[in-house]
Design a protein around this ligand. Sequence first.
Ligand SMILES: Nc1ncnc2c1ncn2[C@@H]1O[C@H](COP(=O)(O)OP(=O)(O)O)[C@@H](O)[C@H]1O
Ligand SMILES: [Mg+2]
Length: 267
Amino acid sequence: MPDKNTLSVPAIAMQQVRKVYPPLKRKGDPVLAVEDISFTVARSEFVSVVGPSGCGKSTLIKMLAGLLPITSGTIEVDGNLVTGPHDDIGIVFQSPVLLKWRSVLDNVLFPIDILKKSRKEFTQQAEELLHLVGLWDFRDHYPSVLSGGMQQRASLCRSLIHDPSLLVMDEPFGALDAFTRDEMNLELQRVWSQRRKTVLFITHSIQEAVFLSDRIVVLSTRPSKVDSIFTIDLPRPRLLEMRYSEAFGHYTEQIHARIMQARSGGG
Ligand SMILES: Nc1ncnc2c1ncn2[C@@H]1O[C@H](COP(=O)(O)OP(=O)(O)O)[C@@H](O)[C@H]1O
Ligand SMILES: [Mg+2]
C-alpha cells in the first residue's frame, strides 16, 4: 500500500470496529466478538492492548493485518483503509512458528522468499537484525537447538525483515519463563527505540504493558469495547527495577482495577 507519510495521519486508526463471526455450528448463533472499538496509535508510539481472555484481541489484530474481514467500522494504516493483507506490517505470534528445516538466517529471510523479493537486497538487513537481538552466532543453527526466548527473537527478526513501519505482537512472550520474559522486554524496548517502529502489543500481563508502553488500551469482556485508555508517563529507557517504584505500582493497580471491573460487567 502507498505510504502517505504525513505526520498528521495516525499510524493506526480504528473506528467503531465490529466483528461478528458466523455460527460455529449449522444451527448456532453468530458470535459477536468485537462490539465497538475505536482508538488511534501515533507513528512510533508503543501501545499495548490488555483485556480478559476471549475478548477479541487476536481478532482485532487479524483484522488490522487484513487477514480477517471487518464486519463494520474501519481500520486505517497510515491513512490507507485496510481491505486485505498488506505488507507494511510485521506480526509476531505467541508461538514462534519457525520452519524447522530452515536455518535461523533462512527463517528470518523467509518472508523475502514469499514476497519474491531479492535475497541479496535483504541479507544485510537480516544480519543487522540478528546482531541486534544477539542471534548472530546462531544464524546457521536450526530452530530446534534454540531456547524459547531465542526462537521468539528469531521470529521478531523475521517480522522486521521487510522493514515494515508497523510491528504487531500478539502475546509474544506469554509462553516464556519470567526471567526470559524480562530479557525480552528489555530487548524489545531496545529494538523499538532503535528502529522507531509503531508497535501494537497484545498482552495479558499488566506489568509488561506498563513497562513497555506509551499508552495502554483496556478492553472490556466480550463483546469488547474500549473500557479505558491509560497514558504511561514513566521516563525512558525503562529499567526493570522501575517496576518496584510507586509510580509503576500505581499504574498497575489502576489498570488491574479497571480490568476487574470490566470482568464483573460494570463501567
Ligand atoms: N473463527 C471463529 N469463529 C467463531 N468464533 C470465534 C472465532 N475465532 C474466535 N472466536 C471467538 O471470538 C472471541 C474472541 O476471540 P479472540 O480474538 O481469540 O480473543 P482473545 O485473543 O482476546 O483471547 C472468543 O469468544 C472466541 O471464541
Ligand atoms: Mg488471543
